[in-house]
Design a protein around this ligand. Structure first.
Ligand code: CA
Length: 230
């Protein structure tokens, strides 16, 4: 792969320099912008492979930048990692809800930065949108959505239809955090009975069936759930 290009949108110069330094050292090409408007322009003109987006920005804030990137056909497929301050869980939930791929909380060290960036770039949706490729293998877990079959250690796992859809959605992008609202709308939809609308209940049911693999489904406090990226 050619050197991946990362656009960093960050108004604090000190932090921007540290990020630039650490990403360049890992071989990434780094573009930078200190405000949202310029960030949007660069994203359109330079097609970065990933945007590292600070939420607190002068002018257009990070959430608005994220929204516009995702609404634009030119930039909508560029993965976004949001950078937030501590205690901004509600912003994280909002950001993931409008299409950000991951988030990091300040302060973060260079190791975490590089690991997150690499993980998001590496992470490709495992299921094509047309549904032609519906078998997912993650470690000891095999999910076959067409056959309604899940195998763990080669043994079939009996899941409810909702649990199966939930596990399948999480498994399409291991490591990606899904908010409860995203899981709810994409797995259960709007028309379901009230009793089925608590995602935590379905997750709990699934975990107990997963037995020794229960830790594969990780709770991200205040945000949602993700499947561990093995
Ligand atoms: Ca900032």
């Amino acid at each position: 792969m050619a050197r991946a290009k990362i656009l960093v949108v960050e108004d604090e110069v000190d932090i921007l320099e540290v990020i630039e330094y650490n990403l360049s050292r890992e071989g990434f090409r780094v573009l930078s912008s200190r405000d949202g408007d310029a960030g949007l322009r660069i994203a359109r003109s330079d097609a970065p492979d990933l945007v590292l987006l600070d939420l607190m920005l002068p002018g257009l804030d990070g959430l608005e930048v994220c929204r516009r990137l995702k609404a634009d056909t030119i930039t909508c497929d560029i993965p976004i990692i949001m950078v937030t301050a501590k205690g901004e869980e509600s912003d994280i939930v909002l950001g993931l809800g409008i299409g950000a791929d991951d988030y990091m909380t300040k302060p973060f060290g260079p190791k975490e930065l590089v690991a997150r960036v690499k993980a998001v770039i590496r992470r490709r949706p495992l299921v094509r949108k047309d549904g032609a490729d519906e078998r997912i293998v993650i470690g000891d877990l095999v999910i076959d959505i067409f056959r309604h079959e899940v195998l763990v250690d080669s043994e079939p796992l009996i899941l409810t239809p909702t649990e199966l859809r939930l596990l399948h959605l999480l498994a399409t992008q291991p490591g990606r955090v899904f908010t409860r609202d995203q899981l709810l709308s994409r797995v259960i939809g709007d028309g379901a009975f009230v009793i089925g609308r608590n995602i935590d209940v379905h997750i709990r049911g699934m975990r107990s069936k997963l037995g020794r693999h229960r830790d594969m489904i990780e709770t991200v406090r205040g945000v949602g759930y993700r499947l561990r990226d093995v």
